[in-house]
Write a protein that binds this ligand. Structure first.
Ligand SMILES: Cc1cc2nc3c(=O)[nH]c(=O)nc-3n(C[C@H](O)[C@H](O)[C@H](O)COP(=O)(O)OP(=O)(O)OC[C@H]3O[C@@H](n4cnc5c(N)ncnc54)[C@H](O)[C@@H]3O)c2cc1C
Length: 411
């Protein structure tokens, strides 16, 4: 049987890889010409590292340029502290690996290309569904060459939080609300700069600084819809808080010469009531847009992909029809982890981000004082709720042995 997946993000790429390895005919449609989009999540958490190990890709992943972070560092006006630590997490990995997302997606899709049943079509924008007798039977997409159709036994919408296929299916997410948007930009990283990736909190301001060796990837969080107001103040309205929050960058503010040097990403937290219609399943952000809080969106998308593959690969391989009730099982399995994670994100948005942006001095929780809470937070961030494991058999034998264990990469 055949499967078409729209969207070559973390959810679509991982699902495509697992299904193709199981011998399913998979076509992955990605609307961009490459995976090189700068301002996307960079965080690969222990749950995803474990999935990569189960796919025999841990070694190839760790060969990518990456940085390991074992504690989430917080900088406030009063000093620095570990907000949460992953040290002591059960399992093989006790760190978040920061990897540019395009490297991660290239790794996964290159591994999929080793399967004869996998096809990747870039610059292919899915925009409509082929339906017969109320069942989705394929996808309409466009490329620079023109309009195309592709038929499939199962269509998966993994096309992110503005999913065109979700719209085509008539599925509308419920908004849970997000009080902020994020302005992203870069600045050079010079000798003498801090070594760590960290969060910076101060009354009225919240930033994330990601160390990417030669440069800083910086996120400045603004109140929802506040970009026009920021712009109205000219680029100095960004330079001034930057100079105060991250004084080591003062000599490089000229690199952010104008608003053409920054990107704004709107933050949304929402989820579908129903993730499927006959013949079509939504996963990842297409089913539930995640806030950047805790940096777990990529990891949840990967977990959705693993669960979907575990539940669907057998039917897809055997040629048995996939009833809507089987698609419902994927939603049933992933709904609870999604709800719990989004609940924690919304609480953090409302209790920490909103008052901080409103000008109140931040009072970060001192998790280390309550050991049980520390352990819970460690598990929640590192492994998530109900971590998934790859149970799908690979048709051809893997070329990379599963020899990676804690210690091998723990440098
Ligand atoms: C500001 C911000 C920062 C974030 N930072 C992090 C972070 O650090 N760590 C983290 O884990 N999560 C982060 N997230 C959340 C994370 O980005 C998402 O949860 C995650 O990327 C979802 O993966 P996905 O595969 O479902 O969708 P996406 O990553 O959105 O991938 C969808 C893919 O589909 C393609 N596509 C879109 N439409 C079509 C179409 N019509 N046809 C074909 N292809 C299409 C897109 O080009 C894209 O490649 C952040 C979110 C925001 C808003």
């Amino acid at each position: 049987m055949t499967c078409v997946i729209a969207g070559g993000g973390p959810a679509g790429a991982v699902l495509a890889l697992i299904l193709a390895r199981a011998g399913v005919e998979v076509t992955l449609l990605e609307k961009h010409a490459d995976f090189l989009r700068d301002f996307r999540g960079d965080t690969i958490h222990p749950s995803t590292l474990q999935v990569l190990e189960e796919l025999g890709l841990a070694e190839r992943f760790h060969d990518l340029p990456h940085r390991k972070t074992r504690a989430i560092r917080l900088w406030t006006d009063r000093g620095t502290a570990d907000l949460a630590s992953l040290r002591g997490l059960p399992g093989n990995y006790d760190y978040i690996a920061f990897v540019p997302q395009w490297d991660f997606l290239t790794l996964v899709t290159e591994a999929a290309k080793e399967c004869p049943t996998f096809r990747l079509i870039m610059k292919a924008e899915a925009h409509g569904l082929i339906r017969e007798d109320g069942v989705v039977r394929g996808v309409r997409y466009r490329t620079p060459e023109g309009e195309h159709e592709i038929r499939a036994d199962l269509v998966v919408a993994a096309d992110g939080r503005t999913s065109a296929l979700r719209v085509a299916a008539g599925l509308v997410p419920e908004e849970l609300g997000a009080p902020m948007d994020v302005v992203w930009f870069r600045a050079s990283r010079l000798p003498g700069d801090p070594d760590e990736t960290f969060l910076r909190l101060s009354a009225g301001h919240f930033m994330v600084a990601i160390n990417r060796d030669s440069y800083w990837q910086l996120a400045y969080v603004i109140p929802k819809g506040g970009f026009d107001e920021l712009k109205a103040g000219g680029i100095r309205a960004l330079h001034e808080p930057l100079a105060r929050l991250l004084p080591f960058l003062t000599d490089r503010l000229g690199e952010i010469a104008g608003f053409e040097d920054v990107s704004v990403l709107t933050v949304a937290v929402n989820r579908l009531r129903r993730w499927h219609v006959p013949g079509l399943l939504c996963i990842g952000d297409a089913a539930h847009a995640m806030s950047p809080i805790f940096g777990v969106g990529i990891n949840l998308a990967v977990q959705d992909a693993v669960a979907a593959a575990n539940l669907l690969a057998g039917s897809l391989r055997s040629g048995a029809p996939i009833p809507d009730s089987t698609l419902a099982l994927v939603q049933k399995r992933r709904l609870w982890p999604t709800k719990v994670t989004q609940f924690a994100q919304v609480v953090t948005q409302n209790r920490v981000i909103r008052p901080t942006l409103g000008g109140r001095p931040p009072v970060p929780p001192d998790i280390s004082r309550i050991p049980v809470l520390g352990r819970l937070v460690r598990r929640f961030i590192g492994l998530g709720v109900r971590p998934e494991h790859v149970t799908v058999q690979r048709l051809s034998s893997p070329t990379v042995p599963l020899r990676e264990r804690r210690g091998t990469f723990n440098t």
